[in-house]
Design a protein around this ligand. Sequence first.
Ligand code: AMP
Ligand code: GLY
Length: 430
Amino acid sequence: MRMNLLLLGSGGREHAFAWKLLKSKTPKKLWIAPGNAGTALCGENINVSPNDFEGIKKIVILNKIDLVIVGPEDPLVKGISDYFKNDKELQKVKLIGPGKQGAMLEGSKDFAKEFMNRHDIPTAKHKTFYSDECQKAIEYLSSIEPPYVLKVDGLAAGKGVIISGDIKQAEKELEDILKNNKFGSAGKKVVIEQFLNGIELSVFVVTDGKSYKILPEAKDYKRIGEGDTGPNTGGMGAVSPVPFADNTFMQKVEDRIIKPTINGLHAENISYKGFIFIGLMNVNGDPYVIEYNVRMGDPETEVVLPRINSDLLELLVAVADEKLDSIKLDIDNRVATTVMLVSQGYPGNYEKGKTISGLENISGSLVFHAGTIIDSEKKYLSNGGRVIAVTSLDHNMKQSLHISMENAAKIKFDGKYYRKDIGKDLFKYL
Ligand code: AMP
Ligand code: GLY
């Protein structure tokens, strides 16, 4: 029987999901809300926001959707899973993504820190301050060493972490967040934490609430500039596997972080069916959690999914049906690299609507659309800061990067920018 699938989101992550779902041997039809020009090649886009739960409900009922896959964090933190569970007409629809409580792992930094402390999961030491405790927070700063790491408690579209070596600037940030409501209600609390010195890694786990599978890990390149300089972005590229994440290190991650996280969710009666993305720091060979996300990463998904040979739809159905232990993951041991093409000005202001050309010249890479639309003349136009991710696979990391870079150069749009140093920091581990 055909499965009807609805995928929520509109980034490169969602195009990668759509592409991979289509490869499943299960007969299926895919809808994407709202999607982009890339997902339109894989199924039918519907212009409804993932945060419009009533709109989503209409799509689900009209198209007899069997399985909903939630890409971004926002609808999860807003409680889309609970909305489905509490609605008579939606109760039976399978949904991949945690409930509101589980989504607090990403939705509240303070909740995540307390959760890790309760379950002895290694993370930076921290203290939380409320809006009426600005003075106390400022006094606390002078009792610790720089650099100062300040984290807005709630979702802040990737802008909620401030790291500063300058105490005056850190004090001003605290005032802006706690007194001047710079981040609105997301900034009602601030977490101040110890600075961790090391190299970052993104680890992905999928769980049905009982068992779990570890997906390929990845390294993300967050800063806009080469050599990891300039402001943070959503991610400018990614590599998987990551050479320093060897068996010894990954065993520590599993024993010290993944198992206690899954057991902790269970012990606290938090039902969780979906992805857990653990952003961690490798500090001299020991892993520490920087943050939890309750979804897959972007652009990490664009290197993680191409390395999974197993049937993704079967895997997701097993998650929904709590049968994940019956699945065996088959991973491609080639190196996947992705390079993100972005609009000039990103992550600040940028223009949209630039004509994209050269896509037909790509060979040997996968093209995942992020911020793109297709106009009435069937021309592709840019429609966001991150525009297109170019992913390649090869047994050799340098060759994989070479193919991605060559194809990245072939795609043209006004103001196109991409980092040419993705992966280069990893050569020393090869
Ligand atoms: P997040 O928004 O939580 O991903 O944080 C943004 C970035 O800030 C992370 O990717 C890290 O590079 C950095 N960061 C966050 N917390 C710490 C920490 N405790 N020590 C050092 N760097 C951190
Ligand atoms: N690439 C980091 C994220 O998805 O949050």
